[in-house]
Design a protein around this ligand. Structure first.
Ligand code: ATP
Ligand code: MG
Length: 408
């Protein structure tokens, strides 16, 4: 991508009501734009990152047998009345259409996926099954002050699994839990992310959250260093100890819930009468679980974790571009290098703008691609480019002939 042609420019003026670091820096660097409180537009750089996060999640969901679907965002009131959540779901956006027909904007999709599954699940032979989607969700959140961490419109991956027995669900639940660990590892978040025990509802003692430590977090968790797990504030009052080893010396930290897995049991299959015929001919309710991750919240969390005073420092797996190539008055040589790199399939943002070197350096640091390459008269005199990692203090000269091998 040629930066002179990029839709966005770095922005100096921030919206006055934007107080969160992640949204501020993402707006300044041109990744997102703020449309309203809790509502953001994804611009070319931001959408690239969001898509990379979604791609990682998608691969791991496919790996555990999840089949991708896409459910509607406009959902009929009746489904929410059936589960008694029309009046009880916090922050449901409600609207009225023609002939006074009422809808909710999808805040989660148990109400839609359960009656859908009823059209295809009849016997034990069809089970287990798992479907997921990555979709925009809507919640009329009271506090929308944390940027992408708490949107009123946000992206969610929601997986739903359907089982013939609790035992079968328990096995699958552990498989998805392992897939979640893999996802956070690939996103570069594993060092800061803790499996966190949370309240489980009527069908299991606990549910599990995945909580990433950051001062920007709105949750408080209590960490057991020995087991590398945590307990959510909701249940610490009853528990006062690590649920795995009984350790009472827990460390309190602020964190963001980046994912959540939950055994639903028959909470939704009962009201929708989602049943299957067992091998012995008996009719039984289907046992369900749901598994959420917020890709847009993950994006905001990554920015909160990986930055310095100059800007963002993207983990390579989700960076908008691997390489930011800066031409310092050497467009001819830089153009050749640009062509070589993209020919090799390397993702490059090429700063070919007519602006000062200082502005190019500042913007490269703000945007935060993992590798910065400088082409200048000085580097060319040594038949080289300067390569500096965004996280490093200093760079090194690399011979142009060795550049592709070095980058790969
Ligand atoms: P929170 O307690 O932070 O409001 P939640 O318990 O309501 O989260 P879930 O309903 O389990 O969250 O949603 C699944 C996932 O969707 C969460 O783990 C989180 O990653 C993401 N998510 C939930 N609400 C938001 C939001 N307002 N903005 C961005 N992401 C969200
Ligand atoms: Mg919530």
């Amino acid at each position: 991508m040629r930066q002179a042609r990029l839709f966005t420019k770095t922005v100096k003026e921030l919206p006055k009501d934007e107080t969160s670091y992640n949204a501020q820096v993402l707006i300044r660097a041109g990744f997102i734009d703020k449309t309203a409180a809790g509502v953001y537009a994804y611009l070319p750089l931001g959408l690239k990152v969001l898509n990379k996060i979604c791609h990682i999640i998608r691969e791991e969901m496919n790996q555990v047998g999840g089949q991708e679907i896409l459910l509607p965002a406009l959902t009929p009131k009746e489904a929410w009345v059936t589960t008694k959540r029309w009046d009880n779901f916090d922050a449901l956006f409600k609207l009225t259409g023609l002939e006074n027909k009422e809808y909710a904007l999808g805040a989660t999709h148990e109400e839609i996926v359960t009656p859908l599954a009823k059209k295809f699940i009849f016997s034990y032979r069809e089970l287990p099954l798992a479907v997921y989607q990555i979709q925009t969700k809507f919640r009329n959140e009271k506090r929308a002050k944390a940027g992408l961490i708490r949107g009123r419109e946000f992206s969610m991956k929601d997986l739903y699994s359907f089982h013939a027995s609790q035992e079968d669900l328990d096995v699958y639940y552990e498989k998805v839990k392992a897939a979640y660990f893999k996802i956070y590892e690939r996103l570069g978040l594993s060092a800061e992310t803790y499996l966190t025990y949370s309240s489980g509802g009527a069908f299991s003692k606990y549910s599990h959250e995945f909580q990433t430590l950051t001062a920007a977090g709105e949750d408080h968790i209590f960490i057991c260093e020995k087991c590398r797990v945590a307990v959510n504030r909701e249940i610490i009052n009853d528990l006062k100890a690590c649920p795995e080893c009984g350790n009472k010396k827990l460390r309190e930290e602020k964190a963001v819930e980046v994912g959540n897995i939950f055994k639903l049991g028959t909470r939704f299959s009962e009201p929708f009468k989602l049943k299957y015929r067992a091998e012995n001919g008996e009719e039984k309710p289907v046992i369900m679980a749901s598994y959420g991750i917020g890709p847009s919240r993950v994006l905001g969390t990554i920015v909160e974790l990986f930055h310095d005073e100059k800007g963002i420092i993207w983990p390579e797996s989700v960076a908008p571009f691997k390489v930011h190539l800066l031409s310092i008055n050497e467009n001819e040589a830089a153009e050749k290098i640009y062509q070589t790199l993209i020919g090799e399939g390397i993702e490059v943002l090429y700063d070919d703008r007519e602006v000062s070197a200082g502005e190019k350096f500042a913007d490269a640091d703000l945007i935060g691609c993992p590798i910065r390459l400088i082409v200048s008269a000085k580097t060319l005199a040594a038949a080289s480019v300067e390569l500096k990692r965004r996280a490093a203090k200093t760079g090194e000269l690399i011979k142009i002939e060795n550049l592709v091998v070095t980058l790969k």
